[in-house]
Design a protein around this ligand. Structure first.
Ligand SMILES: NC(=O)c1ccc[n+]([C@@H]2O[C@H](COP(=O)([O-])OP(=O)(O)OC[C@H]3O[C@@H](n4cnc5c(N)ncnc54)[C@H](O)[C@@H]3O)[C@@H](O)[C@H]2O)c1
Ligand SMILES: N[C@@H](CCSC[C@H]1O[C@@H](n2cnc3c(=O)[nH]cnc32)[C@H](O)[C@@H]1O)C(=O)O
Length: 411
């Protein structure tokens, strides 16, 4: 494709996404009217694809100058990246398939605009700001973090007194994790698994590692597709929940022998290791839908392999001699590296939260540390989403409110 065709394709993807993001549209209209971000610079490291692009144009509509790069080397869609870069007040440095050095150079270029506010998915910008670019910290009003693992890291930094800026944990908004992590990952992980493999899920033994919000979604949809789902966990309560939701629960050492398709969703490292690869059935397929490329020990797999080859686009086969193991998208996020990411209707809520939190940072002086998304913003997103779906719900009567809250009206 020529550059012109790529830009056209990126713009078309953005039009489609925008039409399915009604809550973000409400936020954008307000931003256009009130320009709450006028004069501010926003630096972002998120998956550069069409839904993210709609968030970027929303921030620009609010008056911000935006600079963005990717948060995963395999999730960038170059057509969207180019289309974004043509827009006024927006620079985009993301490219698909970049090596580590180029990836981190792009993070630096985003920071070169001297952002007032950052938006991260995995704390890449914040990490740089606290290591090599500390000179920029005094200028920062605050940041927003999109994902569970990023929020964990920020809490760890805060605990050690290392976090030198305010950050809003957008992931922890109910209108984010209950929908994005569960229904978003539940659907898009299967998009990323079925596109490259083109295989049947029904009847397969699917092992889901981790029964958090993502794991619940992935297991639920696997079950809906007819798989026999096995869950592995380290948390006894979540393991019990998985059991009572109807799945088999066991140690990974046992699940490894049975699984035909493995999906990691833990946010942890070393979930599938050499010990497991050696006992998996021939032809097992492995994918990660959690965080980063460390849930599957790719180094151990490479060192066990006698040879490797690409068997289909986005699938690499590791031949261990007595069995072959297939890995999708190098063990990186399967839903974004091999699929098209979460559905637009879900990212609508996640990114409406992001836009509202950026505005909140611009209008309130926050102390250094991790902050919750204000409940009124979370509730606003839920209300607008219901409205966009044409759903109305009941309201408490004054008598009911008294009954629920006071002890005198009780029983
Ligand atoms: N693919 C996506 O688009 C997407 C979307 C949202 C979140 N995420 C990422 O997915 C990961 C999980 O997010 P979440 O919101 O579900 O988190 P969560 O904390 O709700 O769930 C993680 C679960 O993994 C379990 N776990 C940890 N170590 C384990 C181990 N060794 N074996 C088995 N289970 C283990 C934990 O006990 C927990 O129940 C995070 O890294 C998050 O950033 C990815
Ligand atoms: N940067 C890390 C972090 C995990 S991404 C997980 C986050 O991606 C977000 N996400 C999922 N699908 C999309 C999408 O289509 N567009 C933009 N962000 C997405 C989602 O909100 C979730 O919290 C990595 O790539 O390994």
């Amino acid at each position: 494709m020529t550059e012109k065709e790529l830009i056209e394709s990126g713009n078309m993807k953005m039009d489609w996404a925008r039409n399915h993001m009604p809550v973000l549209a409400i936020v954008r209209e307000k931003f256009e009217e009130e320009k709450p971000l006028k004069g501010l610079k926003v630096g972002m490291a998120l998956h550069v694809e069409a839904k993210t692009a709609v968030l970027v144009e929303t921030l620009a509509a609010g008056g911000a100058e935006v600079s963005i790069t990717g948060c995963n080397p395999l999730s960038t869609q170059d057509d969207v990246s180019l289309a974004l870069d043509t827009r006024k007040n927006i620079s985009c440095f993301a490219r698909y398939g970049v090596e580590s050095q180029e990836y981190y150079e792009a993070i630096d270029r985003v920071l070169d605009i001297k952002p007032d506010i950052t938006i991260d998915d995995g704390a890449d910008l914040i990490f740089k700001l606290h290591t090599e670019r500390t000179d920029l910290l005094p200028n920062i009003l605050g940041g927003c973090e999109e994902t569970t693992t990023g929020v964990h890291r920020l809490h760890a930094m805060e605990k050690e007194g290392a976090l030198k800026m305010p950050v809003i944990a957008v992931n922890d908004a109910m209108t984010k994790y209950l929908f994005d992590n569960r229904y978003g990952t539940g659907q898009s992980a299967w998009d990323g698994l079925t596109r490259p493999t083109s295989l049947l899920v029904a009847g397969k033994n699917v092992v889901v590692a981790g029964y958090g919000w993502c794991g619940r979604g992935v297991a639920m949809r696997a079950s809906g597709l007819g798989a026999n789902v096995i869950v592995t966990e380290v948390d006894p309560i979540r393991a019990l929940e998985a059991k009572m939701d109807g799945y088999r629960v066991m140690k990974m050492a046992d699940a490894a022998k049975l699984g035909e398709l493995f999906v990691t969703t833990t946010g942890n490292r070393d979930i599938l290791t050499a010990e497991h690869f050696k006992s998996m059935p021939d032809g097992a397929i492995l994918a990660n839908s959690g965080h980063f490329n460390v849930e599957i020990d790719m180094e151990a797999l490479a060192s066990l392999a006698k040879s490797t080859r690409t068997v289909r686009h986005n699938i690499k086969e590791y031949d261990l001699g007595d069995r072959r193991i297939n890995v999708i998208a190098e063990g990186r996020l399967v839903n974004l590296a091999a699929g098209d990411g979460h559905p637009a209707e879900v990212m609508d809520m996640s990114f409406a939260n992001q836009a509202l939190c950026v505005r909140y940072i611009a209008e309130n002086k926050l102390s250094n540390g991790v902050h919750k998304v204000p409940l009124e913003l979370d509730t606003f997103v839920a209300k607008m989403k219901l409205k966009s779906m044409g759903i109305t719900i009941d309201e408490l009567t004054p008598t009911q409110e008294c009954y629920m809250s006071g002890w005198e009206c009780g029983t």
